[in-house]
Design a protein around this ligand. Sequence first.
Ligand code: ZN
Length: 349
Amino acid sequence: MEKTYLDILKPDDWHVHLREGDILSRVLPFTYNNFGSALVMPNLDNPVTNISLAETYYAEICRQIPKGIKFTPHMTLYLTNYLNKDEIKRVSNHQYIKAIKMYPKGATTNSDSGISNVIEFYPLFEAMEKNEVILSIHGEVTDENVDVFEREKIFIERVLTKVINNFPNLRIVLEHITSADAVRFIKKHKNISATITNHHLMVNRNIMLSKGIRPDFYCAPILKTEHDRLALVQAAISGNCKFFLGTDSAPHVNSKKIAACGCAGIFSSPLAIPLLIQLFEEHGSLSNIEKFISKNGREFYGMKQQEERVQYIKKSKSINTIKNIETIEGKIAVFNPFKDLYWEKANEV
Ligand SMILES: [Zn+2]
């Protein structure tokens, strides 16, 4: 019989951009209403490069979580030259800073402080390995001679392989993987796991480019082929503990995104879970969704499993979905690539 009810441990989002100020207050409810916790990325206009800045940002987020909502923000530090071994040691004992994020310079929004030469950071990787601090990686080279669709592949070959060989016990998350190559790499190596986004599971570069350009699907790393998308879907629905959800929800106002030089990033928090339930259902894998969205990430980050549960109900007719949110700077479109969506959180019915 067709399943119309789903009862799961509350999901976590292991990669989200919450921004600051008005945008933060507009997007945050979609994260605390749908997830038990989230790993918050540090690429603010002034990057979160040390513990003190992460604590200030954490306080700004916590101030906006209503009483009675059980939600935990986990924080990240932006890897730069300003980081040192002492600070890394302090991160290892920190209550809520859970990872250090490496951005190649210029790879995505606010990545100008990112790194150009990975080898310079080896002493810090050594400290992270020793102190069991997790390295979270935006895995793309930004060499202009490398084709934009090959950036992840070349990063794995030229950079990541060396990091793994030099620091075999360093625990790494390769963020928002996009390709069959990346899936293979993650499966093959120990101490490395990967997040996968909604958009890389649901759309491909043909959908983005073949019938007119779709700036709403433009993201970094860029969408790849249908073959790659299917490899990601297989990894997610398999329940393999090395893969878990990181939405990479990244709000930009429509005027900046649907523009002559539109920016990369997709705002996906509001419908992330219903979309994933529908995707897993289509692949006959609903029994594994809890692993992908609730269990595997906590296991990797060494946290006890969530206790709270949430229920989703399948409607017989497609539900009304949110299309945009309003902010002081303008509207932000909500990612929903499926024409009709049927699953809804039970308490919203
Ligand atoms: Zn991101």
